[in-house]
Write a protein that binds this ligand. Structure first.
Ligand code: SF4
Ligand code: SF4
Length: 124
């Protein structure tokens, strides 16, 4: 049976080093959510990825995401798909040692529904 990872909002994934990519649609949505012009949002909160092919969220000096505030995501309703998809649709070997999500074994139909709720994605 597939495993659904139930997030306990420990925010570790918002604090470890990495690159959160944002699409053009996400830039529009997040800028609107923050009440900013897209150009101002890009200037204040984004930078180029290390391979210089994508825009990614800025980090704070300690490496945490720029939108992590007081243990919460400041842009939770419009956070990037990359954030929504972790850890159910992507993760990495050993992520369970850092991520506090609880593994729940579900039948495939219930798993798809839980993943749809968590990520907003319709799975085949
Ligand atoms: S956008 Fe929100 S969920 Fe994504 S890394 Fe930043 S604080 Fe975490
Ligand atoms: S996905 Fe994992 S690391 Fe991220 S907030 Fe949820 S439990 Fe924590």
């Amino acid at each position: 049976m597939p495993i659904f990872w139930e997030c306990d909002r420990c925010t570790a994934c918002c604090r470890w080093p990495g690159q959160v990519k944002v699409t053009e649609d996400e830039i529009r949505r997040i800028a609107s959510h923050l009440g900013l012009l897209e150009a101002d949002f890009i200037q204040q909160y984004l930078r180029l990825s290390t391979d210089r092919t994508r825009l990614i969220l800025e980090d704070r000096e300690d490496g945490a995401c720029v939108f992590l505030e007081n243990g919460n995501c400041r842009i939770q309703p419009v956070k990037p798909q990359q954030c929504r998809d972790f850890p159910n649709l992507w993760n990495f070997p050993g992520f369970e040692t850092q991520c506090q999500a609880k593994p729940i074994h579900l039948n495939p139909d219930v798993w798809r529904e839980r993943v749809r709720e968590a990520t907003g994605r319709e799975l085949p």
